[in-house]
Design a protein around this ligand. Structure first.
Ligand SMILES: Nc1ncnc2c1ncn2[C@@H]1O[C@H](COP(=O)(O)OP(=O)(O)OP(=O)(O)O)[C@@H](O)[C@H]1O
Ligand SMILES: [Mg+2]
Length: 104
């Protein structure tokens, strides 16, 4: 069960509310280990199930520019499918990315 963090939730809700008006509010979420950054972002996703929110683990995607690009596309496609309630694992292969992009 997610608790509290009302201030942070409101700030992140604002970030999403402004995006359709083409207002990008770059936001950094900083905190000690185990303070609850990841659960906060998971909660934001749950609050906005129809918005495609992509998340990249930066420590896992720094091996090469190609790997980074594939991870960005894969995570973006996953987020779009999730927002359409069509959850699917998107492999970072050519076929996996093409297949996900072609899904209705
Ligand atoms: N708002 C919250 N409501 C309920 N539980 C929470 C909340 N915030 C944190 N927790 C609990 O604290 C644990 C620690 O969170 P987590 O390790 O994901 O934090 P983090 O800031 O993402 O850490 P890291 O820097 O290691 O990635 C969570 O698994 C959860 O059990
Ligand atoms: Mg974390």
């Amino acid at each position: 069960m997610f608790v509290n963090r009302a201030t942070e939730i409101a700030a992140l809700d604002d970030v999403l509310r402004l995006l359709p008006r083409a207002i990008r509010r770059h936001t950094a979420l900083l905190g000690l280990r185990r303070i609850g950054k990841t659960p906060l972002l998971d909660q934001v996703r749950r609050r906005h199930p129809t918005i495609a929110i992509a998340r990249l683990d930066v420590d896992a995607i720094v091996t090469s520019p190609e790997h980074f690009a594939r991870a960005v596309v894969s995570e973006t496609l996953s987020a779009v499918l999730r927002a359409r309630a069509a959850h699917a694992y998107v492999a970072e292969t050519d076929d996996g990315l093409r297949g996900a992009a072609a899904r209705p």
